[in-house]
Design a protein around this ligand. Structure first.
Ligand SMILES: [Zn+2]
Ligand SMILES: [Zn+2]
Ligand SMILES: [Zn+2]
Length: 137
């Protein structure tokens, strides 16, 4: 058996997933992205969406942050390591400078740890969501 195909379906799905992620306003879950794809007429299984999102993260083309109950993803132009301010209401996010990468290194070294990775995201409400009169205070 050979795996040579003229029109690999996976490539089409990968591009659709990449584009849908780029068009999302902010951080989005794999489930929500899957729904967006279906609404746009792209047929891709949820497992495929997860796999392709993982590939984009590995390739440095997308950010991922852990949240309660799963992961959120976002297309990100910045290829290198960075941090975000994330709106918990709408998923919008902005890139921010970390307080001190050196502090992270020294804190780990002081405890004899070798760092393999770290995640630092700040959650809150963006100005738009904060200004929304959702409840009377
Ligand atoms: Zn980013
Ligand atoms: Zn960092
Ligand atoms: Zn917001």
């Amino acid at each position: 058996m050979t795996s040579t195909r003229s029109q690999p379906r996976q490539t089409v799905q990968k591009e659709a997933i990449r584009q849908a992620l780029a068009e999302a306003p902010g951080f989005i879950s794999a489930q929500d992205l899957h729904q967006r794809l279906e609404e746009a007429g792209t047929r891709a299984g949820l497992a495929t969406v997860y796999r392709q999102l993982g590939a984009l993260v590995t390739a440095g083309e997308a950010d991922t942050i852990p949240i309660a109950g799963g992961q959120l993803y976002r297309a990100c132009a910045i290829g290198n390591h960075h941090h975000h301010l994330v709106c918990e209401s709408c998923g919008n996010a902005v890139e921010i400078d970390p307080p001190s990468e050196e502090w992270i290194r020294s804190a780990a070294a002081a405890n004899g740890y070798t760092i393999t990775r770290h995640v630092l995201e700040v959650f809150g409400l963006c100005p738009t969501c904060a200004a929304q009169p959702t409840e009377v205070r």
